[in-house]
Design a protein around this ligand. Structure first.
Ligand SMILES: Nc1nc2c(c(=O)[nH]1)N[C@H]1C(S)=C(S)[C@@H](COP(=O)(O)OP(=O)(O)OC[C@H]3O[C@@H](n4cnc5c(=O)[nH]c(N)nc54)[C@H](O)[C@@H]3O)O[C@H]1N2
Ligand SMILES: Nc1nc2c(c(=O)[nH]1)N[C@H]1C(S)=C(S)[C@@H](COP(=O)(O)OP(=O)(O)OC[C@H]3O[C@@H](n4cnc5c(=O)[nH]c(N)nc54)[C@H](O)[C@@H]3O)O[C@H]1N2
Ligand code: SF4
Ligand SMILES: [Mo]
Length: 824
C-alpha cells in the first residue's frame, strides 16, 4: 500500500504549504553557509514571538551525540520554526544547531511518516512491502497473543527486545538495551531477552567500562596545544567539539588528522596522516617505543598518576596488600553491580626502602624492575608492558600502517613534547575487529607522556556527565538474558547462547534501525526470517520495519515528553511535548501499557508518565541540590547540578585504582558465553583486523579496503528521506581514489557494483583524490531503496571480536567494477 511507496521528492513549496513553515526554516535549508548567521536571529525572533506563537524548550533527538537544547516555535498547533536554544551565562558558547536539526519539521510533517498500525498482508512474504492498516485493538491483540503463547511455551527469554541508540529516554528509550521505565519493567517482569547494540562497543566497553576513561568536557579542547583527530571527524560528526577545535587553533594549537579519508577535519589540519585502515594500534605501539627509547616519558606522572609502578605477579594479577595479610575493606557501592566494592590496595616497590609497600604510601616507586615478593617473582606493570611491545618498532609500524618512518617519529615527538594533547577519537578506531586494543594502546601513550587527567589533555571526547536518576524505577526483576543483538544469527541457528537454551520466537525492534545500521545485514535478515513473529516500533517505515509483521507508529520527539539523563551539554536532554502526536501514533510506554494489560501484568505500570518522571528524577540527592523533575517544569531547560567546573577534567575518578589504567588485571568479556579470554586482553597489543589488513590473501580477490563515514547530512538512518537534505546529497555514492578508478575504467558519476563474499551494492562513483588509494567509502545512513541495488551493510559481516562484541563496519575488503552502461 501507499505507505511503503515514496512519492517523488516533496518540493520545498509543497512542504511549506503542508506545514506553514516560516521563512527562517526555508532560508536555513537553502544553503549551509547561511546557517551560522541565521541562528542568533532566529533565536531572538522566537523569544519575541509573533502573535499566536509560543516557544517550547526541548531537545534534538537525533543521536548525533550533540543533544542540542532546542527551541521550537508553535503556531496553531504546528511546529513552524526550530533553532538552537539560548544558553545562559558561561554556557552561551555551547549553543549550536545544524541543518539536521533545522529540518526536523520535515520529519514531523513527512507524508510518508508511519500513521497507523500496519500489518503484513496475510500470505505475503516478509519484507515484500505489502501492508494493510489495522486498528490498535487488533494490533495489540495479535501482539499480546503472540507474546503470551511464546512465554507459555518457551519462557520469558523467547521474547527478545532488540534496540540500538534511538533514544535513551527514561520512559521510552533503551539505554544499555533496556534501561527505561517502559522497556525495563516489561523485560524484567517477563524475564525477556535484551538484544543490545554492537555499534560503538570497542570504545564503550574497552575504554569507558574497563579502563574507566570518561574524557574531559568539550570546552576544555581550547586548552590543548595539540589536537589529534584520530579516526574521527569532528568537523562533520562532532560539530559541538569542532567549534572548540577552531577556537584552540585560533589560539595557536596544532591540528593533526589521522584518517584514510581526507575529511573536513583533515582539510583544516596542519598535519594529515592517511593511515592504512585497521592499523592504528601498531602506530600507537611504535610511538610508545620511540617515546621510551628517546627518554620522552614523564616519569613523575607515570609514578604518581598511573598504574605503571604497580607490581604484577607471573599469573598477571596484581600484588595487593592482602598478599601481606592485610584484610580488604568494603568500598562504595558499584553503580553497575549494585554491590559494595572491595578495597585491597595495590603494592609498589619503594626505591628508598628497597621493599614492597602500599602504593599510596610510597613517594618514589620503581617504574621498572623485577623483584621478589613473598618468594614470588614480580615486576612492575610498566616493565611488563614495555617488554611485550618491543616488536613494534617505527620501521615495522611504517610498513603495517603505510606511513613514512620519519612521520611516525614526528607524531611521537609532538605527542610527547607539544602537549597537552587532546586526542579526539571515535569510530575510525572502533569499527574493526581488532579495534578495542587501540584504547589500551592510547591509554599507554597517554600514561607515558602525561597526556591525560589535566586541562587540555584527553584521550576521548567527554560528556557533561550523567544526570543522577533512580534506576530502581526500571526493574521488576532481571532480564532473562542480555547480549549483543549481533549474535542473533548464531542463536537462531543453534537455539543456544553459550550453555543456555535460547529459543527466540518474538522479536520486538525499537529504538534502533538495526537492519540498516548493524553490520552483516544479509545474515541478520536471514536470522530475522527464522523468528515466528517480528514487530517494529518507529516513526518511519525503516529498513528494519520492512522486515516486521506488525509496525507501530510512535510520535516524533517534539510530540512527546521524556528525559534522557546523558548530558552532552550542561542541560540534560529533556524532550518536552511541543505539539500533539500526529495521526494514531502512541509512545512506546503507552504501547507497552496496552500489551501488559492484555497479558494480565498491567500493574507493572502503576503510574502516569508524569508520576514515573518524578519517580526517576526525584532522588533525595537531586532534590537536595534543587534538581529533580520540578527543575525542568514550566518550560525551563534545567541545568545538571552535578556538572561543575571540577568535573570538566577526567581525573581518573571512574577507575578502580583512581589512576590512569592501561592494564586490565581481570579481563572479562562483555558477553560471557564461556569463551576463552586470551592473556593479551590484559595489555596494550596489536593484531590484524579481520579482513582489513594488507597481507590478507583475500586481497587477491578483493583488493580494496572498505569503510564509511558519519555524514553531515545524516544522523545515522534518521534523516534518510528529509527532502532538503536529499537535495544536498540525493543518493549514496562510493568514494574511490582517482588512481583506483582509472585502473578500473571508472569515471565520475558512473554506476558501479561494489562486491565481496558477503554481498554487493550498486551505486554511483565519487572519484576523488580525497581518499587513500586502496580504500573506498560509502556514507552511512542511506536506506535500502536509495541504493540502485543492495546496501552498504550487505558488504559487511556479523563477525565481531568476542571480547567486546563490537560491530566491525569498516573491516571489509571488496572490489569495485563499472556496471555495463554504467555512465547512464
Ligand atoms: N556502515 C556503517 N554503519 C554504521 C556506522 C558507520 O559508521 N558505518 N555507524 C554505527 C554507529 S556508530 C551507530 S551509533 C549506529 C546507530 O544505529 P541506530 O541507533 O540503529 O541508528 P538510527 O538510524 O539512529 O536508528 C534509531 C531509530 O530509533 C528510532 N527512535 C528514536 N527515538 C525512539 C523512541 O523513543 N522509541 C522508539 N521505539 N524508536 C525511537 C528512530 O526513529 C530511528 O529509526 O549505526 C552504526 N552503523
Ligand atoms: N552528522 C552526524 N554526526 C554524528 C553521527 C551521525 O550519524 N551524523 N553519529 C554520532 C555517532 S553515534 C558517532 S559514534 C560518531 C562517530 O564520529 P566519528 O567517528 O568522528 O565519525 P566518522 O565519520 O565515522 O569518522 C570516522 C573516521 O574514521 C576514518 N577511519 C576509518 N577507518 C579508519 C582507521 O582504521 N583508522 C583511522 N585512523 N581512521 C579510520 C573514516 O575515514 C572516518 O573519517 O558521530 C556522531 N555524530
Ligand atoms: S542533529 Fe545533532 S548537531 Fe544537529 S541539531 Fe540535532 S543534536 Fe544538534
Ligand atoms: Mo555511534
Amino acid at each position: 500500500m501507499s505507505e511503503t511507496k515514496r512519492p517523488p521528492a516533496l518540493t520545498r513549496r509543497g512542504f511549506l504549504k503542508t506545514t506553514g513553515a516560516a521563512a527562517g526554516v526555508a532560508a536555513a535549508a537553502g544553503a549551509g553557509g547561511a546557517l551560522p548567521q541565521l541562528a542568533p536571529a532566529q533565536a531572538s525572533a522566537s523569544t519575541v514571538t509573533a502573535e499566536g506563537e509560543h516557544t517550547v524548550y526541548t531537545s534534538c533527538r537525533g543521536n548525533c551525540g550533540s543533544k542540542c537544547p532546542t527551541q521550537v516555535v508553535v503556531r496553531e498547533g504546528k511546529v513552524v520554526r526550530v533553532s538552537a536554544a539560548e544558553l545562559p551565562g558561561d554556557d552561551a558558547p555551547r549553543r549550536r544547531f545544524c541543518v539536521k536539526g533545522y529540518t526536523q519539521p520535515q520529519r514531523i510533517y513527512d507524508p510518508d511518516r508511519l500513521k497507523y498500525p500496519l500489518r503484513r498482508v496475510e500470505g505475503s512474504e516478509r519484507g515484500a512491502g505489502e501492508w494493510e492498516r489495522v486498528s490498535w485493538d487488533d494490533a495489540i491483540d495479535e501482539i499480546a497473543t503472540k507474546i503470551g503463547a511464546a512465554v507459555q511455551e518457551y519462557g520469558g527469554t523467547s521474547v527478545a527486545v532488540w534496540s540500538s541508540y534511538g533514544s535513551y529516554g527514561v520512559l521510552n528509550g533503551c539505554m544499555a538495551g533496556y534501561m527505561s521505565v517502559g522497556y525495563g519493567r516489561f523485560i524484567t517482569a517477563l524475564g525477556a531477552t535484551v538484544l543490545g547494540a554492537g555499534a560503538d562497543y570497542a570504545q564503550i566497553y574497552e575504554q569507558s567500562t574497563l579502563l574507566g576513561i570518561s574524557g574531559n568536557d568539550q570546552t576544555d579542547i581550547v586548552n590543548a596545544k595539540t589536537i589529534m583527530c584520530w579516526g574521527g571527524n569532528p568537523a562533520e560528526a562532532y560539530i559541538h567539539d569542532w567549534q572548540f577545535v577552531c577556537e584552540a587553533r585560533e589560539a595557536g594549537a596544532k591540528l593533526i588528522t589521522i584518517d584514510p579519508q581526507y575529511t573536513a577535519s583533515a582539510m583544516h589540519s596542519d598535519i594529515y596522516v592517511p593511515i592504512r585502515p585497521g592499523t592504528d594500534g601498531a602506530l600507537m605501539l611504535a610511538m610508545a617505543n620511540y617515546i621510551i627509547e628517546n627518554g620522552l616519558t614523564d616519569e613523575d606522572f607515570m609514578k604518581s598518576r598511573t598504574i605503571s609502578p604497580f607490581l604484577v605477579k607471573e599469573d598477571g594479577t596484581y600484588v595487593r596488600m592482602s598478599d601481606f595479610g592485610v584484610e580488604p575493606t568494603q568500598g562504595p557501592i558499584s553503580s553497575t553491580t549494585g554491590k559494595p566494592t572491595t578495597i585491597d590496595p595495590n603494592v609498589v616497590w619503594d626505591a628508598q626502602a628497597g621493599e614492597a609497600r602500599q602504593a599510596s604510601e610510597v613517594e618514589n616507586p620503581e617504574l621498572l624492575g623485577f623483584f621478589e615478593v613473598n618468594g614470588q617473582q614480580v615486576q612492575t606493570v610498566y616493565q611488563k608492558v614495555k617488554d611485550l611491545i618491543t616488536e613494534y618498532t617505527v620501521d615495522k609500524a611504517s610498513e603495517i600502517c603505510d606511513i613514512p618512518a620519519e612521520q611516525i617519529e614526528e607524531l611521537a615527538r609532538i605527542y610527547a613534547t607539544e602537549g597537552p594533547v587532546a586526542v579526539l577519537t571515535f569510530q575510525g578506531l572502533g569499527h574493526h575487529v581488532n579495534s578495542h586494543h587501540n584504547f589500551k594502546n592510547l591509554a599507554f601513550i597517554a600514561a607515558l607522556t602525561g597526556n591525560a587527567g589535566k586541562p587540555g589533555a584527553m584521550m576521548t571526547r567527554g560528556t557533561c556527565g550523567m544526570y543522577p536518576y533512580n534506576s530502581k524505577a526500571y526493574f521488576m526483576g532481571t532480564p532473562g538474558a542480555s547480549l549483543t543483538g549481533m549474535y542473533l544469527p548464531q542463536i537462531m541457528e543453534t537455539g543456544k547462547w553459550g550453555a543456555q537454551d535460547l529459543n527466540i520466537r518474538v522479536l520486538w525492534c525499537c529504538n534502533g534501525n538495526v537492519l540498516s545500521c548493524e553490520s552483516g545485514r544479509a545474515e541478520l535478515i536471514e536470522a530475522v526470517k527464522k523468528v515466528d513473529f517480528v514487530m517494529c516500533v518507529d516513526v518511519n517505515m525503516t529498513d528494519t520495519a520492512q522486515w516486521a509483521d506488525i509496525v507501530l507508529p510512535i510520535p516524533h520527539a517534539y510530540e512527546t515528553q521524556d528525559f534522557d539523563p546523558v548530558c552532552a551539554t550542561p542541560y540534560p536532554t529533556f524532550y518536552r511535548k511541543a505539539v500533539d502526536p500526529l495521526y494514531e501514533s502512541k509512545t512506546d510506554i503507552d504501547i507497552l501499557r496496552l500489551i501488559a494489560d492484555k497479558l494480565g501484568m498491567g500493574q507493572i505500570y502503576d503510574k502516569t508518565d508524569d508520576e514515573f518522571l518524578h519517580l526517576v528524577l526525584d532522588t533525595e540527592t537531586n532534590l537536595a541540590y534543587g534538581g529533580g523533575y520540578q527543575a525542568f517544569e514550566n518550560n525551563t531547560l534545567g541545568r545538571n547540578w552535578s556538572f561543575s567546573d571540577a568535573s570538566k577534567i577526567d581525573t581518573f575518578k571512574s577507575t578502580a585504582s583512581g589512576r590512569l589504567e592501561y592494564y586490565i588485571e581481570k579481563p572479562a568479556p562483555r558477553n560471557n558465553f564461556g569463551q576463552e579470554v586470551a592473556d593479551y586482553e590484559r595489555y596494550p597489543y596489536y593484531e590484524n583486523a579481520h579482513e582489513a589488513y594488507w597481507d590478507n590473501p583475500l586481497r587477491e580477490k578483493y583488493p580494496l579496503m572498505g569503510c564509511s563515514q558519519h555524514h553531515k547530512y545524516h544522523v545515522h538512518s534518521q534523516c534518510a528521506y528529509t527532502p532538503w537534505l536529499r537535495e544536498l546529497e540525493p543518493e549514496p555514492r562510493i568514494k574511490i581514489n582517482a588512481a583506483d578508478a582509472r585502473e578500473r575504467g571508472i569515471s565520475q558519476g558512473d554506476v558501479v557494483r561494489v562486491y565481496n563474499d558477503h554481498g554487493y551494492a550498486v551505486l554511483k562513483a565519487l572519484v576523488t583524490e580525497g581518499i587513500k588509494p586502496g580504500v573506498v567509502s560509502i556514507p552511512h545512513g542511506f536506506q535500502a531503496d536509495q541504493f540502485i541495488e543492495g546496501h552498504t551493510q550487505d558488504l559487511t559481516s556479523v563477525v565481531m571480536n568476542d571480547f567486546c562484541s563490537n560491530s566491525a563496519f569498516y573491516d571489509f575488503l571488496c572490489e569495485v567494477e563499472r556496471c555495463e552502461g554504467g555512465d547512464r
